[in-house]
Design a protein around this ligand. Structure first.
Ligand code: SF4
Length: 82
């Protein structure tokens, strides 16, 4: 999905340096895979609760790939190297 499509569907954007994360609370099934997967990136007791820069881009992708509902998506930024 493109960013436009995600935002249109009600996803909220959490901007990172190398990767942006998108979350839709209405799609979330509250499995907890995200917070259990990496509490540095996903922490419900913090605002914003998603901080994509608190781990490597690969780690962000790894955890989001475990989300069973599709409530989490990511889009990698092009042309960013580090
Ligand atoms: S892993 Fe996905 S479905 Fe589970 S709590 Fe996180 S966002 Fe919601």
């Amino acid at each position: 999905m493109t960013e436009e499509e995600l935002l249109e569907k009600g996803y909220r954007k959490y901007t990172g340096e190398e990767i942006d994360v998108y979350f839709n609370t209405h799609v979330c099934q509250h499995s907890g895979n995200c917070v259990r997967g990496n509490g540095e990136i996903f922490n419900l007791e913090r605002k914003p609760w998603i901080l994509p820069d608190n781990a490597s881009k690969d780690e962000v992708k790894r955890v989001i790939d475990t989300c069973p509902s599709g409530a989490l998506h990511y889009i990698e930024k092009e042309g960013v190297s580090k």
